[in-house]
Design a protein around this ligand. Structure first.
Ligand code: FRU
Length: 498
């Protein structure tokens, strides 16, 4: 009897203690050196591409390429997180496990409102690749909490080498599903009435074709009352910042064929930094917005970045829009507005003249948002230093002679140990007599720079000494005027139990 009672007391004690211990562990996770404080990263283990982004019944879903058993790429699963504001994330159990057809590569999720597939009205339907380059389907009828693989998988055989990463949209004008999928150095379009039977429609290839194309996306955006179609394609190597990068095309799409406005001359890059890859956009976004998120990493060194219990993070979610420029229509991006809820203002300045280095004393931090407007005057190399320490810092530099805005991460600690960690990269940016308008997000191991209202984006991982948290401006051989400056500390999204 006593034994039974003791066992019962022990059992009750365990029930009380275990959740306490777990939440303690969870709040300790996300405090490791270099752990992003307001970007999504998995609690532990490996993450690459964001997958299956979809909005449904109050939740933004983010699935992702995940190897739960190691901090390097391996057998792929779909990890899963949800958010109500695209800023705070709750990690849920793994959504898709490998099966007899293979491990689970990248893909998408749509909401099958009209039950075209027969899995139920409003079923969440995932269309993804297996590692063997066949395509599979799975569905959920409980808000993505549990998933059933379609028994007829695979729904498409491996029709080409590197045939993967389907993105499916509902094409309203032709009342059919359209899939865009990469196939070597091109994308192919397929159509379907039911998400299970797919018919080839056309192929497209242009721009940067010197490496394998991966993870395409296709969506319409309005400009001046006109609809243009944007095709986004990630390319595995030789992008402007070195290694993998993301290009896009603007054109028309009739449900079968994509025609590129710029063919064949121009390659448009979505990001000029080294660390924005394999990104796609949310489907079913309730406010008609086009919101993108990428993997904040680069295949040339992804497996060797100096993080501990986890490896890989997502970029900030960014809202896309089209803008007219002197060169033509371009894609511009703005981090989602809900990020402003993380702000605490720590300083504003107007008309600060800088010559040489100007350290903003007492202002700094590892998680910052900086809004700056800068008049170049006559300086020949000028900009900001963030993550600034004794012998450390990440430089955001404007070079007038080259009309180029660049990030220099040469002071990265451990950079000697990260193979192919490009030290600096830039975006072409002619100021045309305008001030430089910057919005910069600094996190523990990243810097995202948006210039000229998001027309230019530079995303970079940075592994600077974790103690380096200063902020400075500099101007060489002349001065600049910082006509306006706002600096915000950004609160961690992990202060609550993830
Ligand atoms: C892109 C990619 C995809 C593939 C996945 C595998 O980063 O190579 O083409 O589906 O990662 O994890």
């Amino acid at each position: 009897m006593l034994k039974i009672r003791l066992t019962f007391v022990l059992f009750v004690l365990l029930l009380i203690l275990i959740p306490g211990t777990m939440s303690m562990q969870n709040s300790l996770v996300y405090q490791e050196p270099f752990r992003p404080q307001y970007h999504y990263s998995p609690p532990q283990a490996w993450m690459n591409d964001p997958n299956g982004m979809v909005y449904f019944e109050g939740e933004y879903h983010l699935f992702y390429q995940h190897n739960p058993d190691d901090v390097v790429w391996g057998p792929m699963h779909w990890g899963h997180a949800v958010s109500t504001d695209l800023v705070h994330w709750e990690t849920l159990p793994i959504a898709l496990y490998p099966d007899d057809n293979g491990t689970i590569f990248s893909g998408c999720v749509v909401i099958d409102e009209n039950n075209t597939a027969g899995f139920g009205a409003n079923a969440m339907v995932a269309v993804y690749s297996y590692d063997v380059q066949t395509q599979g389907v799975a569905y959920s009828t409980d808000r993505g909490r549990t998933w059933t693989k379609y028994e007829g998988n695979p729904v498409l055989p491996a029709l080409a080498p590197d045939f993967r990463d389907p993105k499916v949209i509902w094409h309203e004008p032709t009342q059919q599903w359209v899939m865009v999928i990469s196939a070597g150095r091109e994308v192919r379009f397929f159509t379907s009435p039911n998400l299970r039977d797919w018919t080839y429609a056309s192929s497209f290839s242009a721009g940067h074709i010197v490496a394998t194309w991966e993870v395409p996306d296709l969506f319409p955006l309005e400009i001046d009352g006109e609809t243009r179609w944007v095709l986004v394609v990630s390319v595995g190597a030789l992008a402007p910042a070195g290694g993998s990068g993301t290009q896009y095309f603007i054109g028309t799409f009739d449900g079968m064929v994509f025609i590129n406005d710029n063919y064949p001359s121009t390659t448009l890059w979505l990001d000029y930094g080294a660390d924005n890859y394999a990104g796609t956009t949310w489907s079913n976004e309730p406010n008609g917005k086009r919101i993108f998120i990428g993997w904040m990493n680069n295949w040339t060194y992804a497996n060797s970045i100096p993080t501990s219990t986890w490896r890989g993070a997502a970029t900030l979610p960014r809202e896309f829009r089209l803008v007219r420029t002197l060169e033509g229509i371009r894609l511009a991006q703005t981090p989602v507005a809900a990020l402003e809820n993380l702000r605490t203002l720590i300083g504003t300045w107007d008309n600060l003249t800088v010559s040489g280095e100007h350290i903003l004393d007492d202002i700094g931090g590892r998680t910052l948002e900086i809004i700056a407007e800068i008049e170049p005057n006559a300086a020949d190399r000028w900009g900001l230093v963030v993550q600034r320490g004794e012998n450390a810092g990440t430089h955001i530099v404007y070079n007038p002679a080259r009309s180029s805005l660049l990030i220099s991460r040469t002071d990265t600690i451990d950079s000697g140990y990260i193979p192919n960690f490009t030290p600096a990269f830039g975006a072409p940016l002619d100021l045309n007599g305008q001030p430089l308008r910057l919005r910069i997000f600094v996190d523990e191991s990243s810097v995202e720079v948006f210039a000229q209202d998001g027309l230019i984006s530079l995303t970079a991982q940075t592994f600077v000494d974790p103690a380096a948290n200063g902020l400075a401006f500099f101007a060489n051989n002349g001065d600049i005027t910082v006509t306006h400056l706002e600096v915000y500390a950004l609160e961690s999204i992990w202060s609550e139990t993830p």
